[in-house]
Design a protein around this ligand. Sequence first.
Ligand code: AGP
Length: 640
Amino acid sequence: MSQRHRASWARVPVPDCSAGRKLTPMCGIVGYVGGQNALDVVIAGLKRLEYRGYDSAGVAVLADGSLAAAKKAGKLANLEKELADRPLPTGTTGIGHTRWATHGAPNDANAHPHLDNAGRVAVVHNGIIENFAELRSELTDRGHELLSETDTEVVSHLLAEAYSSAGDLAEAMRQVCRRLEGAFTLVAVDADAPDVVVGARRNSPLVVGVGDGENFLASDVAAFIAHTRDAIELGQDQVVELRREGVTVTGFDGELGDVREYHIDWDASAAEKAGYDYFMLKEIAEQPKAVADTLLGRIDANGRLVLDEVRIPAYVLREIDKIVIVACGTAFHAGMIAKYAIEHWTRVPCEIELASEFRYRDPILDPRTLVIAISQSGETMDTLMALRHAREQGSRVLAICNTNGSTIPRESDAVLYTHAGPEVAVASTKAFLTQLVACYLVALYLGQVRGTKWGDEIVSLVRELSDIAKQVEQVLGTMEPVRELARSLKDKNTVLFLGRHVGYPVALEGALKLKELAYMHAEGFAAGELKHGPIALIEDDLPVVVVVPSPRGRSVLHDKIVSNIQEIRARGARTIVIAEEGDEAVAPYADHLIRIPATPTLLQPLVATVPLQVFACELATARGNEVDQPRNLAKSVTVE
Ligand code: AGP
């Protein structure tokens, strides 16, 4: 790994976010400098990032002392057609962008990259320049002509001005960044600085790929993993200068910056579809391995937990008197299930909060509160802001995350990584199951450290957890009736989901999957709430999915939900019942019976969720929807 500068990694202080938070989009960014055809490298990288945003796409390359750019509204395929019709000159330095629009409609003019009026500087951007209006009028007063509605374009003009006086693109970028307010990732080239790509980040993802005689910049490692798995995390308010021979990182103040190198442990093929029609289908099928991989190396030969990576001292964990879980969407549903396990196994009060609501309710936090931030991407702004608030209040934060080197684990006191591998489909599946596994591990670990769970109990629970991967595999092998059912319901407008205990968050997750994939009304309820209002929704042939708890152990819950099934069926509902093998009590009231293996009560979500993922995916496919990139959504919601 040839670099001109690489300092040792130091902990990033809690950054001052008093500038407030605005929308920051989830665009895909790629930069390259090296010996290959830059356009080929950049386009291939953008293809791996298209899930982050796909309203428009664009590229810029440096060749023979000039800069050439192309950009088109719509998906990357539109840009590729444009490039086939009007090829750019060949160069070995370039940048590219796929956009998720915030400022300005998704049209050609607003697509990135944005150029200065002389066409010498090109900039791509993810984030929001909050003071762009003021900068725009300044530039206009100085005679610049701005051609788009975007905030990004002001940066290309400012950079051109700064470069003409500084004569150095990295210094020009530092000068410009010192004037910007908001959250941003910027990557730029200048025709007068061949073989140089410069990037900058504040509260928005950017990683460096370090090759041999070539270097990469991207919003996500998936863009360059085909070329190198050696990466560098960038810290807050940093500028990175990429040249063939190496990488230089400084702060916005020009001082050499702290960075951390790491090795990406999954390969390019893992990020491909591996023969499936959709990434989502592949990722559903990968769940047994993802569950097993997340357990790997965390249980010793005696069945005890070994979570050394959770770098919070045991004495601190023993003093914890409250746990607060913060997350969004599917990760929030994992947190709801974690609450049951944590309180049952550790007897520590556990709250679960929507990250977007958390800090606005003035939560009661102190050094004896452990905050657990769950996030697949590690870039969800709501969750990031929640953990920052918790740390400012003196609480310790443990991240549960699937993306090495992302912002949330970097700004937490400790992290327990899930090992689901890259999750590309916007609808989260394997990340959810591995979040559950990680939450169970944390709960059992707390029980082990605090002595509320004894060795033999932990060993038996860990053994049952270890068996789950096989049971998920077993469920996957019985999904054809679920697919047929989904296809038969493709013209329905509404599906309801009911559950009790840990089945209630599973019902919510099933509803979310159907919303985001089939674009239909889907709602989850605690089954006990039916008579408090929702039962009024029941009408003839209305599909209602019911997640039935095991009849063993907590049979009172089971009996109550069987009554609920009878109540809705008596009112015409079409009952779709998910129940464990051998549970015959539900059979008379199930229009469709989906069997799952018997598991301990708290672990049932690991098998009960899978049919709901398959159901939603198949129904969306039957409707002709785009499964991996549903409308209006993006994979990493760096939005607040
Ligand atoms: C789930 O299918 C959605 N993609 C969404 O709810 C997601 O779980 C949520 O945005 C949280 O994302 P994170 O796990 O990356 O923080």
